[in-house]
Write a protein that binds this ligand. Structure first.
Ligand SMILES: *[C@@H]1O[C@H](CO)[C@@H](O)[C@H](O)[C@H]1NC(C)=O
Ligand SMILES: *[C@@H]1O[C@H](CO)[C@@H](O)[C@H](O)[C@H]1NC(C)=O
Ligand SMILES: *[C@@H]1O[C@H](CO)[C@@H](O)[C@H](O)[C@H]1NC(C)=O
Ligand SMILES: *[C@@H]1O[C@H](CO)[C@@H](O)[C@H](O)[C@H]1NC(C)=O
Length: 841
């Protein structure tokens, strides 16, 4: 299938002008990162890491000053647990005191600290603190680097997958991480939808089909009900209908339980508490992942960890049964998201064609068994790549957004997963009324992304719209997403009233973006200006509550901008909408501010710059080292027959030997603290002594060839001249046109003589030069001079034969020829004569 996709995309991409159309897709999981690059001319596939692996561990770490990624970073945990960061996704936007942070602490031994935003950050052993956005930003930057190596150019635009249940807080954090990494967010895509796109890429659906994408990942299990329908025009519509999820189950939780088994076993066997040893626990974490993978295919696994702690080698046998027993409380949760998704979609299981498995944890037998039992084995479909379907789908989605590719025509409509509502404070308008907060559902779960809704509010003063989740969307996360302050209301309403508007109102447009973000996208004061304004006045003045949402309390769907009063505009050229000022306040979990992102970005840049400098220094040091060895070999010529010895003088070799010895001593003492420029300077100093000698024997080798070349052109030119002059004479005798004039041949002869004289003089000089002296003439100059001669010769040699339509002789003999015909001929000849000298240029 991969091949097919490759063909599809690359063929289509070929039709597109080769504008820079590179799109990167990242499937960011809490255990693994998968990435894919979409670029015309580059095979569409999953990006490989430097070890040619198709997936990269979601880890970053430091070994002293060296930053590591992927498996290298994860492996550090067993030696430097404080400096290896994995599962960071679990901490995104999590309030410091939330269960998400406690859970992270139960699986990781990293030190967690609180940020000024109230979220969690991680502390390295050197005391520096890193937010999850920064750590993930580094991982994204690492992937960006791999993609750029592959693409051979800068890569900027990225689509990143997120679980459908991710809140706005978490989505904001991902977008911040992308920005910190130096990438640009093209879109976020829910991973279930991404798998659906991948599924539709190679299939057509003449009849509508419903499928469930069942995604068991590390940090959650989610199910997405999706319909597919291909219309007559060939467009496939993908529509998400419902999502179910459970954040308390997934691969990470199974790892945790398995590690508990190992830890208990260790403690029982060795009468010590392994849980007190960070390195030991980190080693057992890695081992738990390994054992889990073995237990996916076997009933038992032997666990064997050398020197897990206190120099104890730990060996035990774990059975699949033991893991399943330890996870018995989870069993009922595995299939639940499917049923929740069906309820949200308003569908029943028998309407579903298949349950498509994706995500690494679908390999775990107890999860497979639970789902098979719940939906029936015949419904299970294993025909997408569990690891790569999401990233490939995200890449195709990104390609469709960039409009630079012609991919299969797919229209994706996704939905939001959490109920969203809007609330605002209504002040008392009469002495008897009480102020109150009015709440309206705005985007209930299941609302299509890309929707807009407009609220009509009778307000006369500035006020705030609060956007909230109806319920706590993640344990310990707030419900308030953001607050939007609308200002200039009083003045705008007054201006409208003055213009003759009756009971002007405020209209606020709320938007649910394709990437799942809610915002107030626009707000205006709006009033209808009518000529019979006086009559209508007072109609609304009795209403006791002026702050209620307008007549239709439920917000209206917006098909088009509803605020332009087109009809009125014809009669009255008075504008009847006035834009209001909007200011967003984050009162709960704020995304990073521009300033914070700038700081983070420069922190990352500084690390990159350090690493680049370090690499350059390493390279300079290695090159110098290699050069020293090479020189030692050159000098080490006891027989005295090597070209280096033959082409050098005793004094020169002595000077090099002295310099070499000094440099070696310096390397020994100073190399570890020296700067890049010192390595470079040292090399230059040696090269200055060595280069002329090497040059001598390179020249010696090249000389015969160069001389042969010079002589060859000398010889060819001479041959040509003899021949050409002879022909010229003959042709002149016959009154025929010639290719060349005498002057032209004379000029060539002059060039030839110059070349010959130079050659004779300098070849003579070169003869007296000793092998260990610098050459008198350089072969480059010999070749350059021969070239001059060659070009001069070629120009004449390649000239086409002159036109000989009518021979002059014939014309002279044909006495009867008419006068004007003769004249015409003479003109032609004159022209030819004129043209000839021009050709010389
Ligand atoms: C109201 O009208 C005044 C005078 O034309 C103008 O200066 C002001 O900007 C207007 N205010 C708003 C909010 O449109
Ligand atoms: C010079 O070039 C000719 C023709 O290419 C070749 O036959 C001859 O061996 C060459 N002589 C030397 C010294 O390279
Ligand atoms: C150039 O060619 C001429 C004629 O072939 C020859 O007499 C002369 O020695 C050549 N000169 C050199 C420097 O090769
Ligand atoms: C001289 O004339 C002969 C006969 O036409 C021709 O083959 C030869 O190529 C000519 N020589 C040059 C240098 O043009």
């Amino acid at each position: 299938m991969r091949t097919f996709l490759f063909l599809l995309v690359s063929l289509l991409a070929a039709f597109v002008p080769s504008a820079t159309a590179t799109v990167l897709a990242i499937d960011y999981g809490s255990d693994w990162i998968k990435a894919s690059l979409m670029k015309p001319g580059v095979p569409f596939d999953v990006l490989l890491n430097k070890d040619s692996k198709r997936k990269i561990q979601s880890s970053v770490g430091w070994k002293k000053d060296d930053r590591l990624f992927g498996q290298d970073a994860a492996n550090l945990a067993s030696r430097f647990p404080a400096d290896s960061f994995s599962s960071t996704k679990l901490l995104l936007a999590a309030p410091y005191d939330s269960p998400a942070v406690s859970y992270y602490k139960s699986i990781s031994s990293n030190e967690v600290v609180q940020t000024e935003r109230g979220t969690a950050a991680l502390k390295r052993s050197d005391g520096t603190e890193w937010t999850p956005e920064e750590l993930i930003g580094m991982e994204f930057a690492y992937v960006k680097g791999l993609a750029e190596t592959m693409a051979g150019e800068k890569v900027q635009d990225v689509v990143v997958t997120v679980p459908p249940h991710f809140t706005q807080f978490e989505r904001d954090a991902i977008v911040d991480a992308i920005e910190i990494s130096g990438l640009r967010t093209l879109a976020l895509i829910n991973d279930g939808a991404a798998v659906a796109v991948n599924y539709a890429m190679t299939r057509n659906f003449p009849e509508e089909e419903y499928h469930i994408i069942y995604d068991a990942g590390a940090s959650a299990i989610r199910a997405t009900v999706v319909s597919f329908l291909t219309n007559d025009a060939g467009q496939t519509a993908i529509q998400v209908h419902g999502v179910g999820f459970d954040r308390s189950v997934g691969g990470t939780e199974l790892d945790r339980r398995l590690r508990e088994i190992l830890a208990d076993d260790f403690n029982a066997k060795h009468k010590r508490d392994i849980r007190k040893d960070k390195r030991g626990m980190a080693k057992l974490w890695k081992e738990a992942g390994r054992v889990k993978a073995i237990l996916s295919a076997n009933n038992d696994a032997i666990s064997n960890v050398e020197s897990v702690a206190w120099d104890i080698d730990f060996k035990t046998k774990v059975s699949r049964k033991a893991l399943e027993a330890a996870s018995s409380d989870l069993q009922s949760k595995f299939a639940q998201p499917i049923f929740k998704a069906l309820i949200n979609a308003g569908l029943s299981l028998d309407q579903i064609s298949s349950v498509i498995f994706t995500g690494g944890a679908t390999r775990t037998p107890m999860i497979q068994t639970a789902v098979k039992k719940a939906v029936g084995e015949n419904k299970i479909s294993l025909n997408v790549n569990a690891d790569e379907a999401a990233v490939l789908g995200a890449a195709l989605y990104g390609a469709s957004l960039s409009r630079q590719f012609r991919t299969k025509d797919i229209k994706l409509t996704d939905i939001n997963t959490h109920d969203m509502q809007v609330s605002y404070f209504a002040a008392a308008t009469s002495p008897n009324a009480k102020p109150r907060t009015i709440t309206t559902s705005i985007f209930p779960a299941g609302t299509k992304t890309g929707s807009k809704k407009t609220l009509t509010l009778k307000r006369k003063e500035d006020f705030r719209l609060n956007l909230d989740y109806k319920k706590e969307s993640v344990p310990g996360f707030p419900t308030r997403i953001l607050e939007v302050e609308l200002s200039d209301v009083k003045e705008a309403i007054a201006n409208l009233t003055e213009a003759g508007a009756v009971d002007p109102v405020v209209k606020a447009t709320l938007k649910l973006s394709d990437s799942g973000f809610v915002s107030v996208s626009e707000a205006v004061a709006y009033g209808e200006v009518k000529s019979i304004a006086g009559k209508l006045k007072g109609l609304f003045t009795g209403s006791e509550d002026q702050t209620v949402v307008d007549a239709e309390a439920a917000p209206e769907s917006e098909k088009k901008e509803p605020v332009d009063g087109e009809k009125e505009e014809e009669k009255e050229p008075v504008p009847n909408t006035i834009p209001l000022k909007l200011k967003t306040h984050f009162t709960t979990i704020p995304p990073m501010t521009v300033e914070q992102k700038k700081t983070a970005r420069s922190r990352l840049r500084a690390i990159d710059a350090d690493e680049t400098a370090k690499n350059r220094r390493e390279e300079a040091r290695n090159t110098l080292e290699g050069y020293i060895y090479k020189l030692r070999d050159l000098l080490d010529d006891d027989a005295g027959t090597g070209p280096f010895t033959i082409c050098s003088q005793d004094s020169e070799r002595k000077a090099i030997a002295r310099q070499l010895e000094e440099t070696m001593e310096w390397m020994h003492e100073k190399a570890d603290i020296a700067e890049t420029s010192q390595f470079l300077d040292r090399r230059v100093a040696l090269e200055t002594l060595e280069r002329p000698i090497t040059h001598r024997y390179v020249e010696r080798e090249a000389f015969p060839q160069a001389l042969n070349n010079s002589q060859m052109w000398n010889w060819s030119t001479r041959l040509f001249l003899t021949d050409a002059r002879q022909n010229l004479t003959e042709e002149a005798a016959q009154g025929l046109n010639s290719k060349w004039t005498k002057e032209e041949l004379d000029a060539l002869e002059k060039t030839l003589k110059e070349h010959e004289t130079w050659l004779n003089t300098w070849v003579e000089k070169q003869k007296s030069v000793k092998q260990n002296e610098d050459p008198a003439i350089e072969t480059t100059e010999m070749r350059a001079r021969a070239k001059v001669l060659e070009q001069h010769l070629q120009k004449l040699y390649k000239r086409p034969a002159p036109k000989r339509a009518k021979k002059k002789k014939v014309v002279e003999e044909t006495v009867k020829k008419e006068e004007d015909e003769k004249k015409a001929e003479e003109t032609t000849q004159a022209e030819q004569a004129k043209e000839t000298p021009h050709d010389e240029l």
